[in-house]
Write a protein that binds this ligand. Structure first.
Ligand SMILES: [Zn+2]
Length: 175
């Protein structure tokens, strides 16, 4: 059986839903080809994978390091959507936009994961506006996410206990 790193690379390169993720949220383009570029960086070891359990977190990403819980398996939609979420953080890191509102980046990550879920007919997501936005992309074919909806999702994220004390993320890499 392939190790998790190889499985993640194959998942990003081959999953038919990854190839359909395509949207822009508050000027941040998130496209399927970017997940392929992230897969290449995981494959080459530029983006490293660390196994470490962090309480209250499904995973995390910080500057070329993806952290997933010990024992994590890529064998269900929930865990696949976590990989999509963390790889979306990697995409924004590679956009190199510098310091920015953390909630905007999380909104992109939750939207991408939401699009992933929705292709498998899961309509109850983490946040109310995550569901609304993912539906608009998946069902109505919207590319540019409505700014009001994006702001509402960001408000939900800011008010979530999981993100208490968060303010900015820093995107540093270049494609
Ligand atoms: Zn996140």
């Amino acid at each position: 059986m392939a190790n998790l790193k190889d499985e993640m690379v194959s998942f990003l390169r081959q999953d038919p839903v990854v190839s359909l993720i395509n949207f822009e949220l508050r000027g941040n383009p998130i496209r399927s080809d970017m997940y392929l570029a992230i897969a290449d960086r995981i494959a080459s070891g530029v983006i490293k994978l660390q196994m470490k359990t962090v309480k209250g977190r499904g995973g995390s990403y910080l500057h070329n390091q993806i952290t997933l819980p010990v024992g994590f398996k890529l064998n269900n939609y929930a865990n696949k959507s976590i990989v999509i979420h963390e790889c979306t953080h990697a995409i924004i890191d590679y956009h190199g936009i510098g310091r920015h509102d953390f909630a905007e980046e999380e909104a992109c990550a939750y939207t991408a994961a939401g699009v992933y879920w929705m292709y498998y007919n899961q309509f109850t997501l983490n946040f109310k506006y995550q569901t609304k936005i993912a539906a608009s992309i998946t069902i109505d074919g919207v590319y540019r996410v409505d700014n009001q909806d994006a702001s509402s999702l960001m408000t939900e994220i800011r008010q979530s206990d999981s993100y208490k004390g968060y303010s900015e993320y820093d995107s540093r890499q270049n494609w």
